[in-house]
Design a protein around this ligand. Sequence first.
Ligand code: HEM
Length: 197
Amino acid sequence: MTASHAQLSHPLRSQRLNQLTHQPHDRLEALVKSHEPFASRENFARFVTAQYLFQYDLQNLYNDPRLAQLVDDLPARCRVEAARLDLVDFGVPLPEGDESIRGRTLGVGAALAWIFVSEGSKLGAEFLFKKAAALQLDETFGARHLAEPAGGRAQGWKRFVKVLDGIELDAEQEREAEAAAIEAFERFAVHLERCFA
Ligand code: HEM
């Protein structure tokens, strides 16, 4: 589905980003499923490795004081530590992340767009968490990073979106945010391909 002009000019930034990333999301969802992450614990551990690398990319943004002023529990929302512990559960060595995303200085709009993708992925994670139960994985072993966040998925998402929709960006910053959201989806796909290679 191609986002129509009306959708892309929706007054809410979160809705515009939703529409803009509809196709990248569908592609990524299909890519995840094509690797059958729930076929075995070994496959699932590869998926967790990709999740770890993505959270590693985002770790500095989640801890950025400029952003924590806007979203008070932002540092606690990062799942790099949960994914690390999941990998420890599987006895899988930590992959070495690179600094190509972490090392950047992003404007607030682009930074929040990266976090938008990570926070949004917690919604789909509800389904993935349920499927992980078939592998006897849960919030205490192997699937911590998919577990429901404190305060609930929907509430955490709503609070984040309110901030995202409330900040003022100029046209240039708006474009940077849109590009960042798309890049974040592409980055996750790169991690997946690496981890299932
Ligand atoms: C790295 C980013 C993301 C990944 C890897 C990801 C992955 C997935 C996967 C694999 C599913 C299918 C779950 C299942 O049915 O078994 C899913 C569903 C879903 N995702 Fe994402 N997602 C990401 C980002 C987002 C974002 C940014 C949003 C919202 C803005 C979002 C919202 C949803 C919702 C609501 C579902 C539920 C089913 C649906 O409506 O399609 N996801 N996601």
